[in-house]
Design a protein around this ligand. Structure first.
Ligand SMILES: Nc1ncnc2c1ncn2[C@@H]1O[C@H](COP(=O)(O)OP(=O)(O)OP(=O)(O)O)[C@@H](O)[C@H]1O
Ligand SMILES: [Mg+2]
Length: 407
């Protein structure tokens, strides 16, 4: 069918044509926004889940809810090699900008902007040079507020000031942090500390984080009270009914139907993982001659979708790994349960590779840093990418390119 009218949207952070199965999170966040704006005690929110389950698009949808309520919002994506201070300054700057446009007292807005500038200027020179962000030019940096160099204290002062600015307007401020697991333990700890203090003051400020499944563990390790500070929601694959919705609603808006056998086969192939739902939906649409889409269309499109995923979803990630890390993942894939996404004991990986477990630590840690595997508990590892084990097993025949530990 006409590829121009194809509604499906496979791709990182691509807004799906139908955000299926997330009504719970959206409803809960509406309550959070309402409560926080009224000064009621409420926890911030942390979303966690595997790659491609829809954390980024959900985070963006939640931000949209805050924007609809005229909140001041900002967003940042954490990076392993970068500290929190400068990206946080950029995000808060966006929130101040939103609020400043409606605030009646320009002097007050300027004072908070000056605090933001002071906060940002505490970033080390090399880090500032590495980004394109320029601190606000229209005000001089404040002194004695948010500029101590102690991130927790400075965050507390900056975020309190922004929250106050928002409360003048009867709204709140929200900062959205994607890939939150990439923040260093010290940055996570500072952020938790500041949030803890702010929530005790009932200031209208919300932090919404999203990250890989081990994010809650990383937060708990950073501050013991992190467990009570956030609502934790696992973003997961879609049920059969939700996956059907994700496929049927966009098709219906183009007057296209999908028959039951096709839907059942699509669910078998995608396992309800949102990225796969979009990828298989897209390939099936392109190959189908007409409505309704039938089982044979799905069967024909399967290898095309798999080929695209092999390059775009799996391959691009695999290529980021060193030869030793690749060998580690191949051993994991061989040991994974058939569905390819269960946990694997690290001792068994070592046994399979004929190495001492300690000698494999660099490969394991490298893979964790690259966000390809995670360790929710000691002694086990798991792929962050759904179906990655099956993908690697299916590549085994072309194994020469996959690398060995001795390369
Ligand atoms: N609820 C949903 N219904 C249908 N499709 C969805 C849903 N959520 C996400 N998708 C689709 O899934 C794909 C992946 O979404 P997204 O990039 O948000 O995942 P992610 O969890 O952030 O992945 P990563 O961990 O790699 O950053 C996108 O193509 C998006 O359109
Ligand atoms: Mg994402």
């Amino acid at each position: 069918m006409d590829p121009i009218r194809n509604p499906y949207a496979p791709g990182a952070g691509q807004r799906p044509p139908e955000l299926a199965g997330r009504d719970g999170e959206i409803g809960q966040f509406d309550v959070t926004l309402e409560r926080v704006a009224k000064g009621r005690p409420e926890r911030s929110l942390v979303l966690s889940g595997l790659r491609g389950v829809g954390k980024t698009v959900l985070l963006n949808a939640l931000r949209g809810q805050a924007v609809n309520r005229a909140w001041g919002t900002g967003k940042l994506e954490a990076r392993a090699e970068q500290g929190l201070r400068l990206p946080m300054a950029q995000a808060v700057h966006a929130a101040i900008h939103d609020l400043g446009q409606r605030h009646r007292d320009p002097d007050r807005v300027a004072r908070v902007t000056a605090v933001l500038k002071a906060f940002a200027l505490r970033t080390s020179q090399p880090e500032r040079r590495a980004t394109r962000w320029i601190p606000p030019m229209d005000v001089a940096a404040a002194t004695g507020r948010a500029d101590s160099g102690d991130l927790e204290l400075d965050l507390l002062e900056l975020l309190s000031d922004v929250a106050e600015l928002a409360s003048d307007l009867g709204v709140g401020a929200a900062v959205f942090i994607d890939e939150m697991q990439d923040l260093s333990p010290t940055d996570l700890s500072a952020l938790c500390g500041a949030c803890h203090e702010i929530s005790q003051q009932s200031a209208p400020l919300v932090i919404v984080g999203a990250g890989l499944p081990h994010l809650p563990v990383a937060l708990a390790a950073a501050k013991s009270y992190a467990e009570r500070l956030f609502h934790y929601r696992v973003v997961d694959r879609l049920s059969r009914a939700e996956a059907d919705r994700a496929l049927l609603v966009p098709a219906a808006s183009e007057q296209v139907e999908i028959d039951e056998a096709a839907l059942a086969e699509l669910y078998r192939l995608t396992d309800g993982y949102p990225y796969f739902v979009q990828a298989f939906g897209k390939a099936t649409w392109d190959g189908a001659p007409s409505s309704p889409i039938r089982l044979t269309d799905v069967v024909h499109a399967g290898p095309i979708a798999e080929g695209e995923l092999a390059v775009g979803f799996f391959g691009s990630r695999f290529e980021r790994a060193t030869p030793a890390e690749r060998a580690y993942m191949r051993a994991m894939a061989d040991l994974s349960p058939v569905d390819g996404h269960g946990t694997v004991p690290t001792s068994e990986v070592a046994l399979a590779l004929g190495r001492r477990p300690q000698s494999l630590s660099p490969a394991r840690d490298g893979l964790i840093k690259k966000g390809l595997i995670f360790a929710e508990e000691r002694g086990v590892v798991r792929f962050t990418v759904p179906h990655f084990g099956s993908f690697l097993r299916s590549q085994r025949d072309g194994a020469e390119s996959l690398g060995t530990l001795d390369e």
